[in-house]
Design a protein around this ligand. Structure first.
Ligand code: F6P
Length: 326
């Protein structure tokens, strides 16, 4: 690979708090190293249609504290087709962009992996998703902020749960992953977390009721990961109404409140470190890797591993939650 002179940067998939801090870090670190930067708007869609603007250091001023993404984002069906990717490649050539930094989750980095292979094109990925479901990194950008948002919301709902002596199912995000639900449940002293990773192993609801939850309490909160596997909080509440009518059950779906807001200190620092490391990776001649963090050290994870392998849930966390909810 020749020397990288100009990089493009885009955000793709669901927005996550800290994406702006990552855009800032990539842009400034590139400019610091004499590399030109172009901002690509609306993710892969803007790459196909050529929504591109040169970025100077002032384009990323005052954004470290902002949620969302100044580059906008999208989930792009066209990029999933060979024709769409061909158009994207032509844009990159016309713009003189010789490497890409893609900030996004599982779907976005899958797109990056396919494109990089097809066109032998250098791409560095940054894990930007509140779900924390990318393999090879302990944390993803946005996860910590989302977890804190969940914690604040659940703390508030607990007031009603306890005053009315109710059972609450609170649905949290994490399409196919239970990290938000499990750690959110530990952080808020919930009775249980119903997560896709162990859903098929046991009937979590049955276990919960049969183990006598509410033994020592008169209200209960269960966090449920939004997922086709768990069926979500509504479905579980319906089951309780039918199978255990003695409970006064309510549902709260936290929804997109979890993706918004100013990033936490941890997310800002993580995004800044990963963004700077993305440029180091390019300078070292790395390509087609996701920059992650493990045991507080920067790591480079091949796309094939980051997106194809499922990140395992730490069973010790499940056990801790069980033990502390008696
Ligand atoms: O992948 C991030 C995520 O927030 C998931 O947790 C959630 O299931 C999904 O995006 C929601 O996406 P959308 O905003 O497109 O409805």
């Amino acid at each position: 690979m020749g020397t990288v002179k100009c990089i493009g940067i885009l955000t793709s998939g669901g927005d996550a708090p800290g994406m702006n801090a990552a855009i800032r870090a990539v842009t400034r670190s590139a400019i610091y190293n004499g590399i030109e930067v172009k901002g690509i708007y609306h993710g892969y869609r803007g790459l196909i249609s050529g929504e591109i603007k040169p970025f100077k250091t002032e384009n990323v001023s005052n954004i470290i504290q902002q949620g969302g993404t100044i580059l906008k984002t999208a989930r792009c069906k066209e990029f999933q087709t060979p024709e769409g990717r061909q158009l994207a490649y032509e844009t990159l050539r016309n713009e003189g962009i010789d490497a890409l930094v893609v900030i996004g989750g599982d779907g976005s980095l899958t797109g990056a992996r396919i494109f990089a292979q097809e066109f032998d094109y250098p791409i560095i990925g940054l894990p930007g998703t509140i779900d924390n479901d990318l393999y090879g990194t302990d944390l993803t950008i946005g996860y910590d902020t989302a977890l804190n948002t969940i914690m604040e919301a659940v703390d508030k709902i607990r007031d009603t749960a306890s005053s009315h002596e109710r059972l609450f199912f609170i649905e949290v995000m994490g399409r196919d992953a239970g990290f938000l639900a499990l750690n959110g449940a530990i952080a808020t002293g919930c009775e249980a977390a119903i997560i896709p990773e162990i859903y098929t192993e046991i009937d979590q609801l049955k276990e919960l009721v049969e183990n006598g939850f509410r033994k020592s309490k008169n209200s209960s909160i269960v966090l449920v990961a939004e997922s086709p596997t768990t069926g979500g909080a509504m479905q579980l509440a319906e089951r309780v109404k039918n199978e255990y009518p003695q409970y006064d059950v309510r549902v709260t779906i936290l929804g997109h409140i979890q993706r918004g807001g100013s990033p936490s200190a941890q997310d800002r620092i993580l995004a800044s470190r990963l963004g700077a490391a993305a440029i180091d990776a390019l300078l070292e001649g790395q390509r087609n890797v996701m920059v992650g963090i493990r045991n507080d050290e920067i790591v480079y994870v091949p796309f094939s591993k980051a997106v194809k392998q499922d990140k395992p849930i730490n069973r010790e966390l499940l056990d801790t939650l069980r033990r502390l909810s008696i």
